[in-house]
Design a binder for this molecule. Structure first.
Ligand SMILES: C[S@@+](CC[C@H](N)C(=O)[O-])C[C@H]1O[C@@H](n2cnc3c(N)ncnc32)[C@H](O)[C@@H]1O
Length: 336
């Protein structure tokens, strides 16, 4: 590494901790997790057919961003991040990587208005939603931006739910302040239960498909899920019905302290069978991604309800959780 580069790395290290490392020309720049090993971008591309323009939320130091931007066929990634010192590192790595299809924007996602950015083929929202005090507000604003959200987030166990926020069950969690590079920008965040999260998405106009939960019995908070959320109008009636059933089955199959009092082999078998059906209808969707129901049909269609659904496995062990050990905020300082 030449001395100018070394000086810049040292300056950035003084400013804040590196959380991402990059392999550039055989050299490691930065420190922490190398997103070449992050399973989420690969899963995103397997679920979302050929996205060209992607919006990333909470991009931190660009580790995930560059995984998206380097994928053949991706023309642009717009990445929004609330901490200037994270963006500074990300831009530094971007220059070294020579990537011209990435734009970092410094903004607070609690309030940011996306409209000026135009539309995106998909939103990549990982490790961000559980840092917000009013996650439903962000989801609602995303309706202006894209038909598809790939969401990877934590949820609150039903047994830990201690309050209702805007009709959603869940609990507050403390955030660690601006100097913590991974935290939210407010003092606390609200984590919905998995069931409430699917309601939240439905209320925002998105039909959820639960791709994964960590319900295999890790027995610890926080819990995580991956959801593919699509605008309801983009989903065929048949698939909507399947998703509804499948989501019910997934929620029922969660361990009692995660979500539902009902669980058991029958529910799990049902989830698997429904997942097979769903995969068949996904193939149809992938072949005709532009199909859009008319507004009239949308209005006439019954609300999908709270729901979603697919494979119940544990990805959280494979995904480097950016969330540090945190305790529920038992005494919320702010109540909406
Ligand atoms: C836990 S990290 C996740 C990083 C990355 N998305 C990942 O999962 O690998 C959360 C990131 O979101 C950013 N963030 C949290 N709340 C935000 C907000 N309200 N507006 C913008 N960025 C925010 C943090 O600064 C941090 O970089």
């Amino acid at each position: 590494m030449d001395s100018q580069l070394q000086q810049e790395v040292a300056r950035l290290s003084k400013r804040s901790e590196w959380l991402a490392s990059f392999t550039i020309d055989g050299q490691t720049i930065g420190a922490g997790f190398n997103h070449d090993r992050d399973v989420r971008p690969g899963q995103f591309f397997s679920l979302v057919p050929k996205p060209r323009r992607i919006l990333e939320l909470g991009s931190c130091q660009g580790g995930g961003t560059f995984q998206l931007a380097q994928r053949p066929g991706v023309t642009e990634v717009v990445a929004i991040e609330g901490r200037d010192y994270n963006i500074e590192k990300a831009r530094f790595a971007q220059r070294l990587l020579g990537l011209t299809n990435v734009t970092f924007i410094e903004a607070n996602l609690e309030t940011f208005d996306f409209k000026s950015l135009g539309r995106f083929d998909a939103v990549y929202c990982v490790g961000l939603l559980y840092h917000l005090p009013k996650p439903w507000e962000l989801l609602t604003r995303l309706n202006d931006v894209s038909d598809v959200i790939y969401l990877n987030t934590h949820y609150c166990r039903a047994s830990c739910a201690s309050r209702k926020a805007d009709a959603y069950e869940g609990a507050n969690w403390y955030e660690m302040g601006f100097e913590d590079p991974l935290s939210g920008l407010s003092n606390w965040s609200f984590w919905p239960t998995l069931k409430s999260l699917t309601h939240m998405l439905a209320d925002a106009g998105f039909l959820s498909e639960i791709i994964e939960t960590d319900s295999n019995g890790l027995g610890q908070c926080p819990h995580g899920t991956t959801i593919l959320a699509r605008q309801t109008a983009r989903v065929s009636d048949e698939e909507r019905d399947c998703l509804w059933l499948e989501t019910q089955a997934i929620l029922a199959a969660l361990p009692p302290d995660h979500g539902s009092k009902l669980r058991g082999r029958l529910a799990t078998r049902l989830v698997q069978t429904l997942a097979e059906l769903r995969r068949a209808s996904r193939r149809i969707w992938a072949r005709a991604p532009q199909r859009l129901a008319t507004t009239e049909a949308m209005d006439a269609a019954p609300l999908p309800g709270p729901l979603v659904g697919t494979i119940v496995t544990n990805v959280e062990q494979k995904i480097p959780t950016m969330n540090r050990d945190r305790t529920p905020a038992t005494a919320p300082t702010v109540v909406d």
